[in-house]
Design a protein around this ligand. Structure first.
Ligand code: K7E
Ligand code: CUA
Length: 658
């Protein structure tokens, strides 16, 4: 097929992607090659069977996509271990409802109870996942979160100003110096009321570099790079020889502002933007960045485990024209999506959704072309290198709709093919296709534990699929998406297991369980509980009224609350239930819920304090109870609040320890 015919055929395929994806998966070639990857059921089962009581080999942190959160699975069994609340309110855990966690969801737009999380990214040291933190992006209202891998709780969320659709995010540099965050949608910078027809002159894209404190993980936006108005889609940072660089794919180099499906698919090549962040640091140090006012939220837990918002007021913005050597464009066919750097750091591959090849760029050739000033042209002062000068090789006829690539530890790459629903294995050194296996269906990202690091654990590949019709028992119009585990330890890939997931799984990260398993926090030390409303023992339990605000400092221990009977509450009061879990044993949370509560339950970990507010609306006597079956006498873990008319209530009264 000529490349021209091929690309128009591809366009048609994309237009009907949903239908096509399913039918392609059953077309002759895919089925024939899938057969080679078939194992007998017994073989496959024994590879993913983890006997009851036995532990899995890997943790997988999978994005929840439009769930806004981050489920954690064990591999190879596919067991769901936990769903970490991040950007979305999560009533099961009181996340975003409890007074201690509400501020985590603050943004310059106010409190936002949801987002779209795409890319978990483990912190790295020396290019290897170090088990300290996992970062994840919020796509819709641009933010990056940091989750602590000792508690598996979200610890910090920073908003990204001058961005819109924080998609190429939050990929880390080799020693987690930065998490990078690029804007998918270009917007007027600064935001202003302009005609959308002025896109080409008024819109820009911002690539942000979030510095990560080595000791604490605390984030701050070190600088932003102001780019032409393309759509910056995905990113990965360099390592080894390419340390000091970060690579962002872009589409819409046409700078179209309507019907992008057609209008942003005109150019034969778009670009990878290669950013030299060491050079950026120099330019910032030389005062070449402009302090640009912008208000954005920076939310983090303090020592007291209470989230607070600090309002930041500006960022340092670098213009490429003020900092020579900061950015180069690498021509890349055609509306590229993923960009991935191999374990050695020498090769940079891209997934052009509409491209008929997978291009692999050479970092050494890129450096040489830059030194030789072998530029094709410049765009807004940014040099464009020549495709042939930087190309290592092209993977020919890889399949349809290449998106994302991960690497094993044997010099091989694996690319997801969205349209033809398959994983294609190819050799990085010469771009030879070695194997292919069908997935079900329309896979997006794939993940090999450590597969975007210097040290992949090349045993399993997780394929994350968008469409699952006919794969599971049907559940009405809405079907969960799915992940599939593929054995990549031998020459031929083998399908082992598939299981439905939560939300939409985009990217994921995997790590050998032994790296983080033994660092898991089991309880919070009660003696260190600095919550201003903690009751460290039943003797500290108390109720304090100030006007119509009532603070109830209550304790929970198997199997009672103290106090458990409260009188003197009035209709319309704001009652703050501060529950401290006095337990110091692992896996003994207590819950708390009160009748008519308009928020959520609380789930309070041992040694922790959590607060929920309640505004009683009518007189009566209302129960509260523990929601987590904590002991044989869990059902007895209950109490009452008497609510009297406003102004006519009896004196405050509650029971105290005997
Ligand atoms: Cu390809 Cu948002 Cu990384 Cu999904 S993205 S697939
Ligand atoms: Cu405490 Cu049930």
């Amino acid at each position: 097929m000529s490349s021209r015919i091929r690309s128009s055929a591809l366009l048609l395929l994309v237009a009907g992607a949903v239908v096509t994806a399913v039918s392609m998966a059953s077309c002759g070639r895919t089925t024939a090659t899938a057969a080679s990857g078939t194992t007998t059921a017994g073989d496959a089962a024994s590879k993913v069977y983890i006997a009851p009581g036995q532990l899995d080999e890997f943790y997988a942190f999978v994005s929840g996509g439009f769930s806004g959160n981050m489920p954690v699975y064990a591999l190879p069994s596919g067991r769901l271990l936990r769903d970490i609340p991040v950007f979305s309110q999560y009533p099961e855990k009181g996340w975003g409802y409890s007074e201690q966690t509400k501020a985590m969801l603050n943004t310059s737009w106010g409190f936002i109870p949801w987002d779209d999380a795409h890319h978990p990214e483990l912190s790295q040291t020396g290019g290897v996942p170090d088990g300290r933190w996992v970062f994840v992006n919020a796509n819709n209202t641009p933010r990056v979160a940091r989750i602590d891998l000792k508690t598996m709780d979200t610890d910090e969320i920073i908003e990204i100003p001058n961005s819109a659709g924080n998609h190429s995010s939050p990929f880390v540099t080799e020693n987690s110096e930065y998490a990078v965050a690029g804007t998918r949608f270009s917007v007027p910078i600064p935001q202003q009321d302009v005609s959308i027809n002025d896109y080409k002159s008024k819109f820009g894209g911002m690539l942000s570099f979030i510095a990560i404190d080595k000791a604490t993980g605390r984030m701050h936006i070190a600088f932003q790079v102001h780019m032409p108005g393309f759509d910056y889609d995905l990113a990965h940072a360099g390592k080894g020889p390419s340390h000091g660089w970060a690579f962002f794919t872009s589409y819409n180099s046409e700078e179209a502002s309507t019907l992008l499906e057609r209008n942003a698919s005109q150019n034969d090549k778009d670009f990878i933007a290669a950013i030299n962040w060491k050079r950026a640091e120099q330019c910032v140090a030389e005062g070449k960045a402009k302090d640009t006012p912008s208000r954005y939220a920076h939310n983090a837990f303090g020592e007291d485990h209470v989230a607070k918002t600090v309002w930041e007021t500006s960022t340092k913005v670098l213009e490429p024209t003020d900092c020579a050597g900061l950015v180069y464009f690498l021509p890349t066919p055609k509306s590229p999506h993923g960009v991935d750097v191999n374990p050695s750091g020498e090769f940079i591959s891209a997934g052009g959704k509409l491209a008929s090849v997978i291009p692999v760029h050479s970092f050494a050739k890129m450096t040489k072309a830059i030194e030789g000033k072998a530029f094709e042209t410049t765009i807004k002062g940014i040099p464009v290198l020549k495709y042939e000068d930087i190309l290592s090789c092209e993977v020919k006829e890889p399949g349809l709709g290449p998106l994302h690539t991960e690497f094993d530890d044997k010099g091989n790459a694996y690319t997801s093919m969205f349209i033809s629903s398959e994983v294609v294995k190819w050799r990085v050194s010469d771009c030879q296709v070695l194997d292919r296996i069908a997935t079900y269906y329309s896979l997006g990202h794939i993940m090999i534990p450590g597969g975007d690091s210097r040290k992949p654990w090349g045993k399993y590949l997780l394929a994350m699929n968008k469409i699952t019709k006919d794969r599971y028992l049907p559940t009405g119009p809405e079907l969960n998406q799915a992940a599939q585990i593929i054995d990549i330890s031998g020459d031929k890939m083998k399908m082992l297991l598939d299981f439905p997931t939560i939300g939409e799984p985009h990217y994921a990260q995997g790590i050998l369980a032994s790296v983080i398993k033994d660092q898991q926090v089991k309880t919070y030390a009660l003696a260190d509980n600095k919550d201003p409303n903690a009751a460290h023992s039943e003797k500290e339990a108390a109720i304090v009224r100030k006007g119509n605000r009532v603070d109830v400092r209550m304790t929970a221990i198997r199997s009672h609350f103290m106090p458990d009977n409260i009188e003197g509450i009035q209709v319309g009061d704001s009652v703050y239930f501060h529950i401290t879990n006095l337990e110091q044993d692992w896996d003994v949370p207590h819950g708390f819920a009160v009748m008519g509560g308009q928020g959520s339950e609380l789930l309070v970990m041992p040694g922790q304090t959590r607060t929920i507010t309640w505004v009683p609306q009518r007189v009566g006597v209302y129960p509260f109870y523990c929601t987590d079956f904590c002991s044989a006498l869990h059902q007895e873990m209950q109490g009452y609040v008497r609510v009297s008319p406003k102004g006519g209530a009896p004196a405050m009264a509650y029971n105290t320890p005997k």
